[in-house]
Design a protein around this ligand. Structure first.
Ligand code: NDP
Length: 517
């Protein structure tokens, strides 16, 4: 495990005078490390060094950068036990949540961006119908923005904090990552790993600290990639707007699942259980609410309740030990308790779970919970719970399900279950979300070829796919006129009646043919 005792005292070589932040294991309550709380001056110094390092990194070219990223992929797999242990130590998640949703993501991402960056960012030769550029070479080019700031949440320290650094680096930028104060150790370990793989000094730096450190970072960088709550995302967007820098925002969600009466209910129940409880429900694209058509409701609820009741919750003791791990962020437990209490007050029934786990130890856990008789007056159906809870609502038909699914300020992901896949797809297309899965859930996140981003209050911009790396670049248009060109082009001074008339006639011929309908 990476403890900060093993890291240089000056932390990336930047002196810091501020306090140290203790990092707690939420499953045991033990302090597993401390990190510096870096202030604005330290962040500014990091930015100065990052800018100095960037041109040489850009000059490595795609091959040079790709080699280091491919080496990092191998490093991650060679050191996966240590990385998993570090993730578990600061999040309290299960071995499987660390391995499946973090190691496998980052392992794939290193290789994916090393391979695809050259293609996504290749110069594009453009053809134009514009008369005045006939015979000229037209090129669209992507150039790295320079210094990218990445700010991440605590739920996936490798996937969501560090993961966004990989395409930014592949594009030729230097990066400063500000991980959540709750989970900084994984990022520090990954930075050590990349250094071991030959990443030049200062190309990737980790700015540990609290919200103020994140705010300071936004003031220094050329672009900010933020993942976190919608509330903080708005602040980041405002600060970015003041500085006129681009911001990509991956924010909160309240993902609905729709179960039609013709669905394979066993599959649907397994998916509802897994994707609501995986990572103890602390995933932006967790299934947070379910709408079931009336004929399927009783059977679906019975299946889900049985499956959720069988889950083991507690401190992970290696592979296969528990299904549901800790609640990572202390205030999150209060939110979960408040949502369940609010639902029960308003008439919901708890079929299983419904309480924080009284383990007697210092760990923080919540029982996997199923709620029924819920409606949209309740917070559990309208606000992000981010915990191992699953409210299930009966609806009369698919129309009502679509209306309720869209009745949300959020629009991250959604899923639809039906044996009629064409109908499932039609419904998916009507959902106001960035990603919709038919007879599946959340899996779109693992498809790095597809964009992943939110609609409505769930974000702006996206990660993954061509857009997921082009956002770290500016576009440059280049127009090259061949050397054998006219000394003076026809539209230029001095204006002559005959040429002007001829050009006007030409425009009419080009753009004015045919009748208006
Ligand atoms: P927060 O918004 O509280 O924090 C996110 C990051 O921003 C943290 O590193 C935080 O630092 C930092 N921060 C806080 N204040 C500022 C500020 N003023 N300026 C810049 N940075 C700041 O989110 P959480 O960490 O609680 O993460 C949970 C949220 O993230 C959930 O809403 C979840 O849905 C969302 N999320 C979205 C994902 C997506 O892809 N759409 C993926 C994963 C999570 P510190 O922690 O030190 O306060």
């Amino acid at each position: 495990m990476a403890t900060v005792e093993q890291l240089p005292q000056t932390h990336n070589g930047v002196a810091h005078a501020g306090e140290e932040i203790p990092v707690e294991n939420p499953a045991t309550g033990q302090t597993v490390g401390t990190v510096p709380d870096l202030g604005a001056a330290a962040v500014a110094e990091m930015a100065r060094r990052a800018r100095a390092a960037q041109p040489a990194w850009e000059a490595y070219g795609f091959d040079g950068r790709g080699r280091i990223l491919s080496r990092a992929q191998k490093w991650l797999m060679d050191n996966s036990a240590q990385v998993i242990e570090t993730i578990i130590s600061e999040t309290g998640k299960t071995f499987e949540d660390a391995s499946l949703a973090e190691i496998s993501y980052a392992g794939n991402a290193f290789g994916f961006w090393a391979k695809n960056a050259p293609e996504y960012l290749a110069d594009e030769r453009v053809k134009s119908g514009q008369l005045l550029v006939k015979g000229k070479k037209l090129v669209l080019r992507y150039r790295p923005l320079g210094l990218i700031g990445v700010i991440g949440p605590w739920n996936y320290p490798l996937t969501n904090s560090f993961g966004d650094c990989i395409p930014a680096l592949a594009a030729g930028n230097s990066v400063i990552l500000k991980p959540s104060e709750v989970t900084p150790l994984t990022s520090l370990l990954m930075a050590e790993g990349l250094r071991e793989c030959g990443l030049p000094d200062d190309v990737l730096q980790i700015a540990t600290g609290r919200g103020a450190t994140g705010a300071a970072l936004v003031e220094e960088v050329d672009m900010i990639m933020f993942t976190g709550s919608t509330r903080t995302g708005r602040k980041v967007a405002e600060a970015a707007a003041r500085r006129l820098i681009p911001a990509s925002l991956e924010l909160g969600g309240k993902d609905p699942m729709i179960v039609l009466s013709d669905a394979d209910l066993e599959r649907a129940a397994n998916f509802a259980t897994y994707y609501a409880m995986q990572n103890a429900g602390q995933t932006c694209i967790s299934i947070e609410r379910v709408y079931v058509e009336e004929p399927a409701y009783e059977e679906f609820v019975a299946k889900v309740s049985d499956k959720v009741r069988a889950l083991r919750v507690g401190a992970p003791q290696g592979p296969g030990s528990v299904e549901v791990g800790a609640i990572t962020f202390p205030p999150q437990l209060e939110t979960i308790e408040a949502h369940v209490a609010d639902a029960v007050d308003k008439g919901a029934r708890v079929l299983t779970g419904g309480h924080a786990v009284q383990s007697g130890g210092a760990g923080r856990f919540y029982e996997p919970t199923v709620l029924v008789d819920v409606d949209h007056t309740m917070k559990c159906m309208t606000e992000e719970t981010f915990g191992p809870t699953l409210p299930i609502m009966k609806v009369s038909d698919a129309e009502e399900a679509v209306r309720l699914a869209n009745d949300s300020p959020y629009g991250l992901g959604a899923s639809v279950f039906s044996r009629d896949t064409a109908r499932g797809e039609q419904i998916a297309r009507r959902l106001e979300v960035g990603a919709a899965n038919v007879n599946d859930a959340m899996i779109n996140y693992t498809v790095l070829e597809l964009p992943m981003g939110g609609a409505k209050a769930s974000g702006l911009g996206s990660r993954h796919g061509a857009g997921g790396i082009r956002k770290y670049c500016s576009q440059q248009a280049i127009v090259i006129t061949p050397k054998l060109a006219l000394k003076r082009e026809p539209h230029m001074y001095p204006y002559r009646r005959r040429t002007s008339r001829m050009l006007a006639g030409l425009f009419k011929l080009l753009y004015g043919r045919g009748d208006r309908d």
